[in-house]
Design a protein around this ligand. Structure first.
Ligand code: SAM
Length: 248
C-alpha cells in the first residue's frame, strides 16, 4: 500500500518510522511519503493560511498550496496511470472512524491524507480534489472532540489501517478476536503468574476445556460491551444471560 501525507508539520509523522509500521516500511509492505505543504507556497513567508471570509475567529488554510500539493501527490502514480489515491481528510465534522472503515481503507492500494490546521481547509479544496483530480474524498473524524491538527488523527488512522494490511501483523489470527471486529469488545486477558498480589486468574482459563473457555469469553465480551459500550449491542445479542454488574 502506498500512503502519502501532506502536513505543515512533516516531523509530526516521524512515528511512522517506528515499531510495526516502520518494519512494514522496511519490508516493502508500506510505501510512505510525507510532504510539507509549505513546499507548495510561492511567497517569501511560505504562507498557508488567511483570514476567513464572512469574519470569525481563526485562520483558514488557503486553497492554492493544497491544490498544488494534491496535484503533486496524484501525479506520483508509478507507472503513470489514471490510478488515483483515495483522499482522507481528518476533521471533527467527518464520518466516525471505525474498525469497519479501517478495513475498507486497508483494501485500498493508495491512500493520501491531508492534515488540516487552524480552522481547517478552504471548502473548495474538497470540490477540487473530487472534480478536477477525480479522487474519492472521505472526511473522517477520530471522535467527538477537537484536536489542533490532523496529524495525530492520521497517525491513529494509519496505524489502525496498516495493521490490517496482510503481512504487517505477524500472526493474522490475533486480529480476528479483537475489540470491534464483530461489534463486541474483547474479553479480559491474563498472563503468568497464576496468582499475583492476591488475585487469581479465572479458574476456567486453567481448565484446558476449550469449549468452556470459549463460552466464558463470549459471555465476558457481551457483559463488558453491555457495561462499557451499550450503544454497540445489537438487539440479537441483548437478552442473553449476562452479568453486567461484574463486567468492568
Ligand atoms: N474548525 C474546525 C471545526 O470546528 O470543525 C476544527 C479545526 S481543528 C482546530 C484543526 C484540524 O484538526 C482539523 O482541520 C482536522 O485536521 C484536525 N482535527 C481536529 N479534530 C479532529 C477530530 N476529532 N478528528 C479528526 N481530525 C481532527
Amino acid at each position: 500500500m502506498r500512503i502519502d501525507v501532506v502536513s505543515i508539520f512533516p516531523d509530526y509523522l516521524s512515528p511512522l518510522d517506528l515499531s510495526l509500521i516502520g518494519k512494514a516500511r522496511q519490508d516493502g509492505l508500506l510505501d510512505v511519503h510525507v510532504h510539507d505543504l509549505r513546499d507548495f507556497t510561492h511567497d517569501r513567508h511560505r504562507t498557508v493560511d488567511d483570514t476567513p471570509y464572512g469574519g470569525g475567529a481563526g485562520m483558514v488554510m488557503k486553497p492554492q498550496p493544497w491544490a498544488e500539493a494534491l496535484e503533486h501527490v496524484a501525479a506520483q502514480a508509478d507507472p503513470p496511470t489514471t490510478k488515483r489515491p483515495r483522499l482522507v481528510v481528518p476533521g471533527p465534522g467527518g464520518a466516525p472512524f471505525t474498525q469497519a472503515l479501517a478495513r475498507e481503507l486497508a483494501a485500498e492500494p493508495w491512500l493520501a491524507f491531508a492534515c488540516g490546521r487552524y480552522e481547517g481547509i478552504d471548502e473548495r479544496v474538497y470540490e477540487f480534489a473530487r472534480e478536477d483530480l477525480g479522487v474519492d474524498v472521505s472526511v473522517v473524524s477520530l471522535g467527538d472532540y477537537v484536536l489542533n491538527g490532523g496529524e495525530v488523527a492520521v497517525l491513529a488512522i494509519v496505524e489502525a489501517v496498516a495493521r490490517l494490511v496482510p503481512g504487517v501483523i505477524g500472526n493474522a489470527e490475533s486480529l480476528v478476536e479483537e475489540s470491534h471486529e464483530d461489534g463486541l469488545l474483547e474479553y479480559p486477558i491474563y498472563t503468568k503468574p497464576r496468582e499475583w498480589r492476591g488475585r487469581s486468574v479465572p479458574e476456567v482459563l486453567l481448565s484446558g476445556n476449550h469449549a468452556a473457555i470459549a463460552q466464558w469469553r463470549h459471555e465476558q465480551r457481551l457483559a463488558r460491551t453491555a457495561a462499557r459500550r451499550p450503544d454497540l449491542l445489537h438487539p440479537s445479542s441483548v437478552g442473553q444471560d449476562v452479568d453486567v454488574a461484574t463486567a468492568v
